[in-house]
Design a protein around this ligand. Structure first.
Ligand code: ADP
Ligand code: C5P
Ligand code: MG
Length: 241
């Protein structure tokens, strides 16, 4: 199981770094008293905790992220966490954020990062897996910074499914999963938000040499062949349990 050194904020709390560093050092001192050994940071060697292997999956609406994630899970055994699915689950669970999330999704806008990152954090910390495929996140620089600050982790791989707009529109409108945001008006808004907020994230990871641009046009298998090559250098690490 992968667990961060500390378990932080409730959904409603703010995530100022001063708070976190203070909290983290307090908990670390407490751990030293209770176990004699402070828990390891990312990259540590503690046998029951290990560095997470994180893949972010980016791309516009309908670019095929979810479809390719299913194949990545089957082939490489990563734990799939779709930010959109977690938000939709939160609406269905009657949480206090449900109506805010519903309205935001209906408008094709981005849910505040503290909500989304908290949902991801819970899933990651309670998972037996340490390899995560985080789909549809980060959608904005705010998302990205919040994740780095709260999780104190960065992705190992960033996949970007590059797809022409007309193809994305066609796929979304024929997805047929009953989603409130799969209609032409919301799709137009989502595409605009993608350009304005997601492209800067893509540029950020390109600059850091972490971005793998995938041509998202073709058959599902043809696209997956490109994805497979991205994971190939990590195969040994991905086989470890
Ligand atoms: P995203 O998660 O990026 O929004 P999905 O994986 O849900 O995209 O795909 C959107 C729609 O397009 C789905 O109906 C899916 O079956 C279809 N689709 C996925 N990949 C392809 C592809 N390579 N060619 C044609 N249709 C595709
Ligand atoms: O990725 P998916 O298409 O499932 O996302 C659906 C919607 O969920 C987005 O259009 C957006 O409103 C919301 N979302 C978000 N922040 C994310 C991921 C999704 O606000 N990181
Ligand atoms: Mg999806």
């Amino acid at each position: 199981m992968w667990r961060r050194a500390t378990s932080f904020s409730p959904l409603i709390s703010s995530f100022k770094s001063s708070f976190f560093s203070q909290e983290a050092s307090q908990i670390k001192i407490l751990e030293m008293f209770t176990t004699g050994i402070p828990l390891q940071e990312k990259g540590g060697t503690c046998p029951n905790r290990r560095a997470p292997f994180i893949t972010f999956v980016l791309g516009g609406p309908g670019s095929g992220k979810g479809t390719q994630c299913a194949k990545i899970v089957d082939t490489f055994g990563l734990k799939h966490l779709s930010a959109g699915d977690l938000l939709r689950k939160e609406i269905a669970s009657d949480s206090e954020y449900g109506s805010m999330i519903l309205n935001t999704i209906r408008e094709g806008k981005i849910v505040p990062s503290k909500v989304t990152v908290e949902l991801l954090r819970r899933e990651m910390e309670s998972s037996d897996n340490y390899k995560f495929l985080i789909d549809g996140f980060p959608r904005s620089e705010e998302n990205r910074r919040a994740f780095e600050e709260i999780m104190e982790a960065e992705p190992d791989i960033v996949l970007f499914f590059n797809c022409p707009e007309e193809e994305m529109v066609k796929r979304v409108l024929s997805r047929n999963q009953g989603r409130i945001d799969d209609n032409i008006d919301t799709v137009r808004k989502r595409l605009k938000v993608f350009e304005e907020l997601n492209l800067p994230v893509i540029k950020h990871y390109a600059k850091r040499g972490k971005l793998h641009k995938i041509n998202a046009v073709g058959t599902v298998d043809e696209i997956f062949e490109q994805v497979r090559l991205v994971f190939a250098p990590y195969e040994r690490r991905l086989k470890e349990n």
